[in-house]
Design a protein. Structure first.
Length: 151
């Protein structure tokens, strides 16, 4: 006679599967026994308190704040007109390398140094020249462009 093909592991897995099935059937029966038609309307309502948090208690009428309808703005806030800023800056060439084609200009107004490339030049410049220039955002910050000698 041949031995049974069922091993200990197979028997244990089968027991676990049967136990899980029985637990699932018990839970199903409990749900059926305790089934309600649903929550009442009052149980489904959520309130927002004065801090914007959701709560299950209604708001306190003594903390009610009156708001004027005219103070409510719909849409985006209108911008205040900004002052027209002169795009032309004045500065002094701190460093310029003709062979490499780049340098730095120090703004006279705020003392900032700006990178300048020879492609942004209108006139040829050398160190310590007084120049006028405009700023343009580059990959690594603001760059001086349209650089010409100050007269």
């Amino acid at each position: 006679m041949a031995k049974s093909q069922e091993t200990f592991g197979k028997k244990e897995r089968e027991k676990k599967r049967l136990k899980k099935r029985q637990e699932k059937a018990l839970l199903k029966e409990e749900r059926k026994a305790n089934k309600e038609k649903g929550l009442s309307f009052e149980d489904q309502i959520a309130y927002v308190d004065e801090f914007g948090q959701l709560t299950d208690t209604p708001p306190d009428p003594t903390k009610k704040v009156e708001v004027e309808l005219d103070s409510i703005m719909l849409g985006a806030a209108s911008r205040e007109p900004e002052e027209e800023v002169d795009p032309v800056h004045k500065g002094r060439v701190e460093f310029f390398n003709d062979s490499k084609g780049y340098g730095f200009i120090k703004d006279m107004k705020d003392g900032e140094k700006y990178f300048v490339h020879m492609s942004g030049l209108i006139d040829t410049i050398v160190e310590n020249n007084m120049v006028t220039f405009e700023l343009e955002r580059g990959m690594k910050g603001m760059n001086a462009v349209k650089v010409k000698l100050d007269k």
